[in-house]
Design a binder for this molecule. Sequence first.
Ligand SMILES: [Zn+2]
Ligand SMILES: [Zn+2]
Length: 137
Amino acid sequence: MTEARSLPRNAALVHAFLRRHEGPATAYRILDGLRSEGVSAPPTVYRALDRLIALGLAHRVESINAFVACVRPEHDDGNGFAICRDCGHVAEFAGGAMRRTLGEIAEAQNFELDHATVELSGRCSSCRQADGEADRG
Ligand SMILES: [Zn+2]
Ligand SMILES: [Zn+2]
């Protein structure tokens, strides 16, 4: 695992921002949040994100085009995200078993799998619980 402390300044700033940000952040949101730190150009943010993603310290959540800090740095063999469609909460989960299944599917297609990220869309427990409370009046 890479030490966040040894990151270049901009990557460290973006990483810290993602870690304190509630939920996933778009590149625009990150840029906005770091203006006061002197980060003012989108390419700076994208370069920092590329570096963090390459190091496994952050992930791009494709289906919502946003970024999250990694919460499971040990997940070398696959990971996934459960994305709440109501509140936008994103939970990262380890996906070793899923990765193996996808590998078997790929193999059956005579396809060499490099990378697999699964994004689940649904509703988180807080949103379902809020519904339950509303139902009871
Ligand atoms: Zn991760
Ligand atoms: Zn939710």
